[in-house]
Design a protein around this ligand. Structure first.
Ligand code: GDP
Ligand code: MG
Length: 670
């Protein structure tokens, strides 16, 4: 255990994770996108081994509007970090200091790490760091986390503060009516605050704001509550605003004063100026969405047609060579036929079929992290916000949905940034409709067999299908299960930045690592299981023809159910079921059942499906319930089995209905 506990707190997108990585030497994901960090992370300081640093979720203020804000506040008040490092985006000082003022009220020693100083200099502006520090009464260290400037100074200051912990931030920046209200209330609750983890001033301020959690936590008498409300009402009356606005006003006017004295601004920040120019095009009223679709089509084309196909072939050859070598070795040692079948027909084919998609996944994530790190994805979210609100979702829902294109598990976790339960539950239900990257091998397999010339087109249509079904579901559910209004949401657009090479590489590596991990755990086990079930019959006799196997008899029952959708083969039914363990498993299962490489797979698929039923099959795989990991996450986040089962049932039913419609209506023409 480290002896010293440090907390890193700051607004979203202020460079918190970048600083965390610089301070701890770890490799957390950095994204130019608000809301990326949800869970708190811990690391040991690189140049200060006694100290553990906790990266708290990005927050705007300490009022508990979203759960990530509560995480931060609870952590600071319950764990009592020795020092808070408050990272502040210097190009956006006013807004960032709003949080700083509230952190100071928590009465924990604090230092401000004034980040992005490189941007400030580049735009020709300057900040009087010493003046700022004097005005706020706490240490301020200018840094540039991305360029690793000033990190040493920051560590030195923090060490100093740990050694001499006497200096607490004083925070008497209130004035006039609010000042009077805060102090009057502080007087009333003094005893209660002492018995609670909350510093007096912080508690008083929260009561002025009308924070219900605080009222409960302090265990106040009814009389006291009554008096406090009286005080607040009289404050509201004389200021002619409501309680929250009064406090916000007070803080902002204080910040304005501080900034007027210490910020010398000649230019709009260079980054902001450039961003505004780019935004005029990319968030244009009519052009924005066509541009977004155009970019996605280009990315799919580059990934699947231009680079991916060759690299995938190369990967396949490597796997084939390896498997052939393994077969020879086993032949030499006269391994029993069932064991060599297990290894070659089960594990090698199953894991190999999934592994061959590694290059495609890595390339796709290369492009997506370029989009994310440059700040473009935040624009897309901004544009989508208006659309989302029309269908009854909060704009914030877009962040989890976007993450859902990678993997539903972190996406469902990211719904914690949503403030209303209703928005949250609805978003959790809809997120898996965003086609996750584990489904790419399925798309690759089907397009190679049926639509080799139109791969990009088919892919786009499949992704769009997921989105359209999500929209229709939102509209449907809004009027039935999830009635009510969504919370308004203001999203902040980060400045465009040239993506950092390291960050993009890191992103790709994370994705590859995750993919490999799944290939050698879930897919590995699923392949063995499938091989076993298709190699033996109910009497546990090794069968020559897998149509006699245990699996065939189970799969056939299910296949009858799927026949109206155009895929009645028991092997396809089985693959869909095993896809619940992990979506890549659809491909590995079919490969094990059919045997051989991609050529054999394509040929066999062509006998089971027509192009139309293949497309219905694709649609089904996009929409039906997500993998078991995502299901477990759903259960955890919703907090109930009922909700999770409803969600999975809804998803699978939509898949069935859509695939049925596509196949039946399509059959009229084709
Ligand atoms: P978080 O949301 O607060 O964790 O922020 P991140 O660490 O993910 O960083 C947000 C964006 O700011 C990323 O694109 C970083 O590369 C960028 N960034 C972080 N620190 C600096 C800095 O000192 N200078 C510049 N120019 N960019 C930075
Ligand atoms: Mg972060």
């Amino acid at each position: 255990m480290a002896q010293v506990l440090l907390a890193l707190a700051g607004n979203q997108n202020s460079g918190k994770t970048t600083l965390f990585n610089a301070l701890t030497g770890s490799n957390q994901h950095v994204g130019n996108f608000p809301g990326v960090t949800v869970e708190k992370k811990v690391g040991i300081m690189k140049d200060y081994k006694d100290a553990a640093l906790v990266d708290l979720p990005g927050i705007y203020s300490l009022s508990p509007y979203t759960s990530e804000e509560i995480v931060t506040r609870d952590f600071i008040l319950q764990e009592h970090p020795d020092v808070i490092i408050n990272i502040v985006d210097a190009t956006n000082l006013e807004r960032n200091l709003y949080l700083s003022l509230q952190l100071m009220e928590l009465q924990v020693p604090m230092v401000i790490a004034l980040n992005m100083m490189d941007e400030v200099k580049k735009s020709g502006n300057s900040i009087d760091v010493e003046g700022l520090s004097k005005r706020l009464g706490i240490a301020v260290v200018p840094i540039s986390a991305a360029h690793k400037n000033g990190i040493g100074d920051l560590v030195r200051v923090v060490k100093q503060m740990v050694k001499h912990p006497s200096e607490l931030p004083h925070c008497d920046f209130c004035k006039g009516e609010v000042h009077r209200a805060i102090h009057a209330i502080a007087h009333i609750i003094e005893d209660h605050a002492q018995d609670s983890p909350y510093p007096l001033r912080f508690a008083a301020t929260k009561l002025v704001e009308g924070d219900a959690l605080m009222r409960q936590a302090l265990n106040l008498h009814e009389d006291d509550v009554h008096i406090i409300e009286e005080i607040v009402t009289s404050m509201e009356r004389s200021l002619d605003t409501d309680r929250e606005a009064a406090l916000a006003d007070m803080r902002y006017s204080y910040i304005e004063e501080v900034c007027r004295e210490s910020v010398h601004k000649v230019n709009e920040s260079y980054g902001q100026l450039r961003s505004e120019r780019i935004d005029r095009l990319l968030t244009h009223k009519y052009a924005a969405i066509p541009i977004f679709i155009g970019i996605m089509v280009l990315i799919f084309y580059l990934t699947f047609s231009l680079f991916g196909a060759y690299l995938q072939e190369g990967m396949e050859q490597i796997i084939t060579v390896f498997c052939e070598w393994l077969a020879q070795v086993m032949a030499q040692y006269a391994i029993s036929p069932w064991l060599s079948s297990l290894i070659l027909d089960g594990i090698c084919v199953g894991v190999g079929s999934v592994l061959s998609f590694l290059p495609i996944i890595v390339i796709l994530f290369f492009f997506l992290s370029l989009l994310e790190d440059s700040g473009y994805m935040a624009r897309v979210a901004f544009v989508m916000d208006q659309l989302l609100r029309r269908i009854g979702l909060s704009g914030r829902s877009f962040v989890p949905m976007l993450i859902g294109f990678g993997c539903s598990v972190p996406a469902i976790m990211a719904t914690r940034t949503l403030s209303s339960e209703r928005d949250r539950e609805l978003t959790i239900l809809l997120t898996p409709f965003m086609s996750c990257s584990a489904k790419l091998p399925i798309y690759g397999m089907i397009t190679a067999a049926f639509f080799p010339k139109h791969a990009a087109l088919v892919l786009i249509s499949v992704y769009l299908l997921g989105i359209v079904v999500a929209i229709l579901s939102a509209l449907l559910l809004k009027h039935t299960v999830f009635q009510g209004d969504s919370m308004p949401f203001v999203m902040e657009l980060p400045a465009y930045r040239i993506p950092a090479f390291r960050s993009v590489l890191l992103h790709m590596w994370e994705k590859a690592k995750d993919f490999l991990h799944r290939a050698f755990t879930v897919i590995f086990v699923a392949s063995i299981l499938i091989w076993f079930l298709q190699s033996f019959d109910w009497q546990l006799h090794y069968v020559q023809d897998s149509a006699q196997s245990i699996l065939a008899s189970c799969g056939s029952a299910l296949a009858n159910l799927l026949a109206p959708l155009g895929f009645a083969d028991w092997r396809i039914a089985t693959a869909l079921v095993s896809g619940i363990s992990a979506k890549e498993s659809v491909v590995s299962t079919l490969s094990v059942l059919i045997g051989g490489g991609e050529m054999e797979l394509s040929a066999a698929l062509a006998t089971m499906l027509t192009p139309l039923s293949a497309y219905a099959f694709l649609s089904f795989t996009v929409l039906y319930m997500p993998c078991i990991a995502a299901f477990a996450t759903t259960r955890k986040e919703l907090g109930s089995w009922r909700g999770a089962l409803f969600t999975a049932a809804y998803q699978t039913l939509s898949a069935y209905v859509v695939a049925l419609a596509i196949y039946q209506i399509g059959s009229l023409w084709f």
